[in-house]
Design a binder for this molecule. Structure first.
Ligand code: SF4
Length: 481
């Protein structure tokens, strides 16, 4: 059936909505309360023509806020506020680079690590103290300190110092504080493991799949990186289970070489008893930037890889192997949960600068980890401030920095042409650092935004899978429904 959109008349009882023709039979509509609904061609025609009462889903459309009824304003205000709960708090995720050194030199390393001999790239205790003071002064009652790449265990003494000092400050200030260590695990020892657990430091690692894929990416290590990391992944997981903690999770970075090996990669995660995988795409920072020809791929290639991987994971689930794809889970939570899952960058405005900041080894504060990676490439566009002796001055400098205001404005999808109109707008986010790196501008037309293409591919796939009751049941189980 052909819909003549010129015949659409404004109806005061329709709330603002976005739409797209999903397939030959259905239209998908969404609204700013992040609700979605599928309408057949004829129902969509009736919906936009004002014949709502003829729709079978009339009451459902009222409950989802597509059709206004008496109490709709209070209901939708509450719903929108709940979804955007994160806008009320200040910086919550604080990434600290205690060193740029690493005992690996991975082919794509986004941090462009320094060699083990280059001790001038270590954070000193004096800088660490200023960083912790700055973090504690921020206005969020709940804080996470994450130790990020280079390899934090290379400067373990400063990791310990930060954990002990920050814990005592947090207790004094009554702040909820968590720690997370992102490590390649190859410098782990039993003694360190015990200390980290005893001091409530959560641990996660990177695993680029099976032995062939992982070792192909993870070069520069004196030994077998895959064997070492998998040994420690199992040990950490064992220890977590003893202490009744969540399972360990690992991060995958997808390169061109790993695209065809999706089955081997997923199998290797399952053999390690991991319960999910992040199919993370490659970013154009650090060493990856100088080797894009060998490592990178088109968004279409990643889309195929994602679809094949998801099909394989769903098949495994049907054979009683519970396992999930974590990026899919994040979008499912955005679609179905009352509150945003608060994944730092996957939201609008993105977490960059305002909820998520990165402290470099030398005390320079950047708007995000990727901003700091650009800084390593001699581009300080996203530099916010330096840590100073006075934590209140540091915080004021961060909050008053121009880049914070620019980042919030540029990553807010409302009002961005193309993005704001897209049917998936409620679930999308824009990666301004990536766009800046690829085009030199924070504002990139949607059709030229590669990260947006990936998100649209994910959401198209999710909504398509939700049409199949067996697949939908599995997907919903990933978010506890
Ligand atoms: S990716 Fe991680 S393990 Fe590899 S060189 Fe960079 S910091 Fe080291």
């Amino acid at each position: 059936m052909h819909i003549d959109t010129t015949k659409i008349t404004p109806h005061s009882d329709l709330w603002y909505f976005r739409f797209k023709k999903f397939n030959a039979e259905k239209y998908l509509i969404t609204n700013d309360a992040w609700k979605f609904h599928f309408l057949s061609m004829s129902d969509f025609h009736n919906f936009i023509s004002g014949n709502h009462t003829e729709l079978d889903s009339y009451n459902e459309l009222i409950s989802k806020g597509f059709i206004k009824k008496s109490n709709y304003l209070e209901k939708m205000t509450w719903s929108v506020a709940q979804k955007n709960h994160f806008v009320w708090v200040g910086p919550t995720l604080h990434m600290i680079v205690v060193t740029l050194r690493c005992n690996h030199k991975c082919r794509y390393c986004h941090a462009a690590v320094a060699p083990m001999t280059a001790k001038e790239f270590d954070m000193t205790k004096e800088t660490a103290k200023k960083v912790v003071d700055a973090i504690m002064y921020t206005n969020s009652p709940s804080l996470t300190i994450e130790f990020q790449w280079g390899e934090a265990l290379v400067n373990y003494e400063v990791v310990q110092y930060i954990v002990e000092y920050a814990s005592s400050r947090a207790m004094h200030l009554q702040k909820d504080l968590r720690f997370s260590l992102v490590s390649n695990l190859t410098l782990m020892t039993e003694e360190k493991l015990k200390w980290l657990f005893d001091n409530n430091v959560d641990i996660c690692s990177s695993l680029d799949g099976d032995k062939i894929s992982h070792n192909a990416n993870r070069t520069g290590f004196q030994g077998d990186s895959f064997d070492t990391v998998t040994y420690w992944l199992k040990r950490v997981d064992e220890e977590k289970q003893k202490r009744w903690l969540w399972k360990i999770w690992a991060l995958l970075t997808v390169t061109k070489q790993t695209l065809p090996r999706y089955k081997e990669i997923i199998d290797s995660y399952i053999n390690l008893w991991l319960d999910g995988i992040f199919l993370r795409w490659l970013n154009p920072y650090g060493f990856a930037a100088s080797d894009m020809e060998t490592l990178a791929y088109d968004p279409d290639d990643w889309e195929n890889f994602y679809k094949e991987s998801l099909d394989y994971i769903l098949e495994l689930n049907k054979k009683w192997t519970p396992f999930k794809e974590n990026i899919t889970s994040i979008y499912l939570q955005k679609i179905f949960n009352a509150m945003d899952p608060s994944f730092m960058d996957i939201r609008s405005p993105s977490g960059i600068a305002i909820w998520w900041v990165a402290y470099n080894f030398d005390g320079k504060i950047y708007a995000s980890d990727e901003s700091r990676m650009l800084g390593r490439m001699w581009d300080d566009t996203f530099f916010m401030a330096e840590v100073t002796q006075s934590w209140s001055e540091t915080y004021k400098n961060m909050m008053n920095s121009e880049i914070l205001k620019i980042a919030v404005q540029a990553s807010t999808l409302d009002g961005l042409p193309g993005y704001n109109d897209h049917v998936y707008k409620p679930y999308l986010w824009v990666d301004i650092i990536h766009n800046y790196k690829m085009s030199g501008s924070l504002y990139v037309p949607l059709v030229k935004d590669d990260k947006m293409k990936l998100q649209i591919a994910i959401l198209d796939t999710i909504f398509e899978k939700l049409q199949n009751p067996d697949d939908a049941k599995i997907l919903m189980s990933w978010i506890g429904r």
